[in-house]
Design a protein around this ligand. Sequence first.
Ligand code: FAD
Length: 460
Amino acid sequence: MPTDSAVDGLAAALRGRLLRPADAGYDDARRVWNGLIDRRPALIARCADASDVIHAVDFARRQGLRVAVRGGGHNVAGFGTCDGGLVIDLSPMDTVTVDPAAREARAGGGATWGAFDAATQAHGLATTGGLVSTTGVGGLTLSGGIGWLMRRHGLAVDNLLAVELVTADGRLLRASLEENPDLFWAIRGGGGNFGIVTSFTFRLHPVGPTIYGGAIFYPIDRARELLRFYGDWVRTVPDDLTTMVVFLTAPPMPFIPPALQGTPMIAVPMCYAGPPDNGAAVVQPLRDFATPAVDVVGPMPYLALQTMFDAGAPRGLLAYWKTEYLQALSADAIDTLVRHADRMTSPLTQLHIHHLGGAVSRAAAGSTALSYRGAPFVLNGVAGWMDPAQTESEIAWARGLAEAIRPLAAGPQYLNFLGDEEDGRVRAAYGEDTYRRLARLKAAYDPENFFRLNQNIRPG
Ligand code: FAD
C-alpha cells in the first residue's frame, strides 16, 4: 500500500476527488452496475480531466497498484472495480459536445449513452449506441457496440473517428486513421487493453427525432412459431430495421394489460430508422404472422426508445450473462431456446436474440480489431435477480443455456456480453490472426500488461 503522504500527494494533484475507504461516498463509488460484484478498492480516483487520468496512471505505476478503469460501470464481469487497487473512475468526464455542421460529436471517456443521445438528438443526429441509457460510451464502443441503428450505420465502434487516450506510460496520444493508425485499429475492438480513452469523436447521422419503433408482444405459447417465422423474415427486412427477440416476464407497465403482467411472454422490440411513415409497411408481416397480445410499435421519439429498457436494468441488480453467436435459428436452436426459456424463474431474467447483419457484417475485413462479423444473430442469456438466495439457481440457468446452445453456436463470442471467462474465450473471440496482431501492439503500448482488468490481451 502507498504511504499516507503519497496518497495525499495524489489527492492534491487531482482536480477531481480521491476517495479512500473511510470517506463518505466510498461505499457507493466502489460498486458497479452488477450487484453480484462486491470489491473494495484501496483508492478511487474520480477523474475530472485527462491530466487527472495521467496523474492516476503514473501513481498506480509507481506504487505497483493494480488498476480498474471505469466508464459507465456496466461491465457484467465487474472490470470497473477491483480489490485493493486503484479505480480510475471516468464518470465525471461525461461532457458531450456536438458539431452539427461536421456531423461529429466528442464524448468524454466516462459519458453515458443517455448524455450522448440527449446532446446529439438536440440536432436531430445520432450514432449507434447502447439499448440502455446508463451504459457507458467507453466500454460499449471499445468492444463493439450493438444498438438500434447498427444495421443501417454499423456498430458504435464503426462510427468512431478518433480518440485521445492515456497510455500505460502516462502519455496522452491521439489515434485516428491518420495518427497512430495501428493503435486506432487496436482500440476499435481491443477494449480497454491499450489505454484510457479520455475523449471519443464519433460520426453522426440524421436520425429522428421521431422514429418508428417500440415492441410487439406475443403469448409464450407462440414462441416456437414466432422464432421460425422470425428467422426467415429478418432475411428480407431492410437495413433500416433493427429488431431483437426477447423472452421475458411481462413487466408491470401501463401498456401491458393487468392480466398479462407477470406472465411469460415473447416480444420483438424494434427500431425502424428510415422515414417513420414507411415503418408500418415494413413491420406488417410480423403483425400478420399472428395477432399480437400487445402492440406498442408506432412513431415515437428516438430518445424514448433509447430508454425503453432502462427500468429492466436497475443498478445493483444481481446479474450473470452467457452469450453465443448463432448462424441460424435452426429447429434445434429454437428447441433449445424455448426449453431454456421455460426454465426462467426470476422475473428479471431474460433471453435476448439480437438480429445483426446489414452494415454490421459489411465492415471491411480487418478494418477494425472487432474481426468477427459473420453471424446473423447474437444470443445473450441475461440472468437477473434481486434475492441473493437465487444466485446459485440463476447462474446455473445461464450456464445450462450456454452449454446446451454451444454445439449449435457459430464459435467465438461477443466481447461486450462476455463474463470473466477463461483466457481461451478472449483469444477465440478475435480469431488467431487478429489476436496475434493485437498481442504485438499490446507489447508495444502496454508491455507490462498494466491494463489487465478487462477482456485481456496478453502482450506477445
Ligand atoms: P465499465 O464496466 O465501466 O467498463 C467496461 C470495460 O471497458 C472495462 O474493462 C473498462 O476498463 C473499459 N473502459 C470503459 N471506459 C473506458 C475508457 N474510456 N477507456 C478505456 N477503457 C474503458 N452492449 C452492447 O453492445 N449493446 C447494448 O445495447 C448493451 N446494453 C447493455 C445494457 C446493460 C444494462 C448492461 C449492463 C450492459 C450492456 N451492454 C451492451 C454491454 C456493455 O457494452 C458492456 O458491459 C460494456 O463493458 C459497458 O461499458 P461501460 O463503460 O459501462 O462499463
